[in-house]
Design a protein around this ligand. Structure first.
Ligand code: GDP
Ligand code: ZN
Length: 316
């Protein structure tokens, strides 16, 4: 039988099987997955093959005997420990980023890091400009300007209010039949959005934020939830988003779609779009076809500078 992993505690996996039921599963033996060295062999989102067995209490438990190829996966690195890779979740269809102008501010460098990571992980990214009910006309103009800029590059952008419900139906439409992640700085409205789309998950989000407040060290695991309208969301408590992980300098420009589109016109095939002559990206920048904020983000990531607004988001 096949199924999908909804939850992992490290030793047990909650698997939703094709019969629609949840089974508590464990792993027998060792899995080796090509090309990935990770601390966990099976992650939330994995599509697995399970074999059911009757346990002593007469219930059916499962044994995971195989994992199907992952379409994509996101990882976390433990900085203070052994720098080992941990797979947070896999087979994600799309990642939403909640953006607020102020309260808290979301800077374009942070947005761009998110977008670069989504490109590198091959996950579709959508920007949700939240709290539109609180903005002055000038601030709304700024939001519109930002949204237009990102739309031009090819990213879907929606102005929403998780509080008033504005455009929440649009977000639900995008989520339908898909597996989504919701990212964003703390305070941008992730819990409020989840509550707006599925009030029954209310309890859980409150519990998580309470745990944070008390500063308890709780080991956090990603978990997938079925929403009533036919969508799945992956909750990654303790990880409020994802940032750039291990991208080679030469590769980075490929994850800026508007740079990538012009790359073949650069004189050098391995152009880093810095001081090289006849660089099509720099020319487009001078012409105003590429926004300076995007180039600034590119330079920041290329030089390995930490964005203080990002550095705590990706690491445990
Ligand atoms: P999280 O940390 O990303 O989960 O953010 P929360 O969902 O806890 O929201 C942080 C604060 O922003 C709360 O006080 C929410 O009520 C408020 N908030 C969230 N979305 C909106 C919105 O669309 N409009 C307004 N006015 N406030 C919002
Ligand atoms: Zn170039």
């Amino acid at each position: 039988m096949t199924g999908t992993v909804y939850k992992s505690t490290g030793s047990w996996y909650q698997v939703k099987a094709e019969d629609g039921k949840f089974y508590k599963c464990r792993i027998k033996g060792k899995f080796r997955i090509k090309g990935i060295k990770s601390t966990n062999p099976v992650a939330v989102g994995d599509r697995v093959v399970i074999k059911l067995e009757d346990n002593t209490e007469g219930e059916q438990n499962g044994v995971i005997t195989g994992i199907k190829d992952r379409e994509n996966y996101i990882i976390r690195k433990s900085v203070n420990l052994s720098k080992q890779t941990h797979i947070i979740a896999s087979n994600i269809d799309q990642a939403f980023l909640l953006v607020t102008l102020n309260n808290p501010p979301t800077f374009t460098t942070f947005i761009d890091r998110f977008l670069v990571t989504a490109e590198a992980y091959a996950i579709k990214a959508i920007l949700l400009f939240n709290k539109v009910d609180t903005y002055s006309p000038e601030e709304l103009d700024e939001v519109k300007y930002m949204a237009a800029m990102y739309r031009q590059i090819g990213y879907e952008c929606i102005g929403i209010s998780a509080k008033s419900g504005k455009n929440i139906e649009k977000v639900k439409d995008l989520m339908k039949d898909k597996t989504s992640m919701i990212s964003g700085h703390s305070g941008t409205g992730k819990s409020t959005l989840v509550n707006a789309i599925e009030p029954k998950l209310d309890l859980k989000t409150t519990q998580i934020s309470e745990q944070h407040k008390q500063g308890q060290h709780t080991t956090t695991f990603a978990e997938m939830f079925d929403l009533d309208f036919g969508a799945r969301i992956i909750d990654t408590p303790g990880i409020k988003g994802f940032g750039v992980v291990d991208i080679e300098k030469e590769e980075l420009g490929n994850y800026f779609p508007e740079f990538f589109a012009r790359k073949q016109d650069c004189k050098f095939y391995n152009c880093l779009h810095l001081e090289e002559p006849k660089c099509a990206v720099k020319e487009a920048l001078e012409q105003g076809e590429i926004p300076w904020s995007r180039y600034k983000s590119y330079l920041q990531i290329l030089k390995g500078e930490d964005d203080q607004h990002y550095r705590f988001e990706n690491y445990e």
